[in-house]
Design a protein around this ligand. Sequence first.
Ligand code: NAD
Ligand code: DAU
Length: 349
Amino acid sequence: MKTILITGGAGFIGSHVVRLFINKYPDYKIVNLDKLTYAGNLENLTDVENAPNYVFEKADIVDAQSIFELFNKYSFDGVIHLAAESHVDRSIANPMEFINTNVIGTINLLNAAKASWGNTEGKRFYHISTDEVYGSLGEDGLFTETTAYDPRSPYSAAKASSDHFVRAWHHTYNMPVVISNCSNNYGPNQFPEKLLPLFINNIIQNKPLPVYGKGENVRDWLYVIDHAAAIDLIYHKGKNGETYNIGGHNEWKNLDLIKVLCKIMDQKLGRDSGTSEKLISYVKDRAGHDMRYAIDASKIQKELGWTPSLQFEEGLDKTIDWYLENKAWIENVTSGEYQKYYQEQYEKR
Ligand code: NAD
Ligand code: DAU
């Protein structure tokens, strides 16, 4: 039986990866390591929490000692590392948290894996990263795996730094690593501070929709289940030392996306057409706001045969329905501290 460590498995993408691995690989033991920050919720995994091949460990990747102890306890065969501080706006307000978790936490995991894996045969350290490390595009062009790094926010600088350390452990210590850089994910269980879940929730509650700047920034959207499928493929079939870009070939200007969302929400909530759009409120732009991200995902397509399975219209529909059907989840994850944080963020703008 192989024992796989998945970090950040109580978060948005991590919970979909944990579920996929538990169900698809009954002969793997899946250890989900998560600190359960505001973004980590075990409620995301209630359907699989009693699976015989699943264990949860509450731990902080910044705490080197407890990470070493977990490697001793389980002798992991592989690591899929998703734990991170992930929200750009929070990184602008509080960069140190991002440096600690995303950089130091990643190095702690690399060190523990290096110490634990005398013989690296059959071992793998898979680091999940973001397209934001490549910086910002103009109107044309796509990020490829050879695009020079040019991170511009504290979040992306911390992720870029962690990518460099992962590669350094590969080149210096022969650590068997693989990295992927993905575009914007959307889908069930995303914390409602990111654009789509925040706006869905605000529309439900008739609250303003804070569009940063003129809403002209462009993002490439990928359904989270398609990202999880790519992660499975790369973990099992990717080549050591390689990087794979993952994207949806699905670029949207923020304002266009928000208008489509408003239209669907009006229909689903039985409101008059145009009701949700009236909630749009243009607010101060994000500091250093990257204009456009877009991914060239031809390498993973050619080498591993991955393409997104879902049309955007279908993914968006499923996502909206999930939030409409899971109001208690939204209520639980946004209660307490988050209310205060959101109020302060919104008022500042
Ligand atoms: P998320 O914020 O929803 O989840 C992060 C998880 O990490 C949470 O469960 C949290 O509790 C845990 N965590 C945070 N700090 C920790 C620490 N110090 N120790 C242990 N656990 C800790 O994030 P997400 O959107 O699911 O992103 C997961 C990964 O994918 C991140 O590495 C992110 O950079 C990357 N990524 C995200 C996207 C996206 O669109 N969301 C796109 C590309 C890459
Ligand atoms: O590209 C991958 C990245 O996508 C991931 O690495 C990050 O973890 C993830 O958070 C996401 O980063 P973005 O900054 O692109 O996502 P966010 O949902 O915060 O914002 C999407 C766009 O919408 C961006 O142009 C900013 C804008 N926006 C966002 C919020 C929260 C608004 O206009 N208003 C808002 O309230």
